[in-house]
Design a protein around this ligand. Structure first.
Ligand code: 6PG
Length: 259
């Protein structure tokens, strides 16, 4: 029996509006959170899809209305490369967003992909999270105000790839995940942290994601086993922000709000 996802959490937009829609939702989340908290802690996604969103956030109106000095930036995952490497998620975010905004360096919490010992880099990032969250985290995983995620054509998200050890991690907050198909390790937040988030926004664009997105949102038996399907935050289902191309294989009943 495939249970229908709550369609309120799937927003379909034309490709050219996806970044703006996501930026508006992020601005709303920031505004809502900063009514009762001093800072907003946001985990950024890597890859190509979010670039346009980051560029949109760095332009007016968002550049002017979002109180950037009260936002702390973290990464959901990072490639094991130096921060100036073309494949670095940090470099992509710096160029698309951070270099264009008045964000204090102290608010930028980079995963050190350049570390020759990826497990040590993961432990160091976890230590930084523990320092930053302090007692607030207590013993449990830290609670980010917003986690942005992308979706790979194989159903991975962050660097939680199918059939990789990180999917079994129950204790650590950050791990070095060996990804055989990439012949590389990746640094990634664990499911425990991702599912602790106050909000999770998936940003999905492109016809190449249509099949995998449909499998996940249909909650078919194989879809339910995919890493992105394991993102079920206790505070409420993820918000799926998808463009028309990525939504092209969803049943009409699944495409909630079409903008
Ligand atoms: C990364 C991302 C990864 C990404 C997906 C989708 O480091 O690559 O964290 O999870 O979100 O692979 O990537 P695209 O947006 O490039 O399709």
């Amino acid at each position: 029996m495939k249970s229908e996802p709550d369609e309120r959490h799937i927003i379909v937009t034309p490709t050219e509006r996806l970044a703006l829609e996501a930026a508006e939702r992020i601005a709303e989340a920031v505004d809502e959170t900063l009514q009762h908290k001093q800072i907003f802690r946001m985990v950024l996604a890597g890859g190509n899809t979010p670039k346009k969103l980051y560029q949109c956030l760095a332009e007016d109106p968002f550049r002017s209305v979002i109180p950037w000095r009260r936002i702390h930036f973290f990464w959901g995952d990072e490639r094991c490369v130096p921060p100036d490497h073309p494949e670095s998620n940090y470099r992509m975010v710096r160029e698309a967003l951070l270099d264009r905004l008045p964000v204090p360096d102290a608010n930028i919490h980079r995963m050190k992909g350049e570390d020759a010992d990826p497990p040590q880099a993961a432990r160091s990032y976890e230590a930084e999270l523990r320092r930053h969250f302090g007692q607030e985290a207590g013993q449990g995983p830290p609670k980010f105000d917003l986690i942005l995620l992308g979706l790979g054509t194989d159903g991975h998200t962050a660097s939680l790839f199918p059939d990789t050890p990180a999917l079994q991690e129950r204790r650590r907050w950050v791990v070095a995940n060996p990804v055989a198909k990439l012949k590389a390790q990746r640094l990634t937040l664990s499911l425990a942290v991702l599912n602790r988030a106050a909000r999770v926004f998936f940003l999905v664009s492109g016809a190449d994601k249509a099949t995998i997105l449909s499998q996940i949102l249909e909650r078919s038996p194989e879809g339910l086993r995919l890493p992105a399907a394991l993102i079920r935050p206790a505070d409420g289902p993820p918000l799926w922000l998808v463009d028309d191309d990525a939504a092209s294989r969803l049943r009409p009943s699944q495409t909630g709000e079409r903008l």
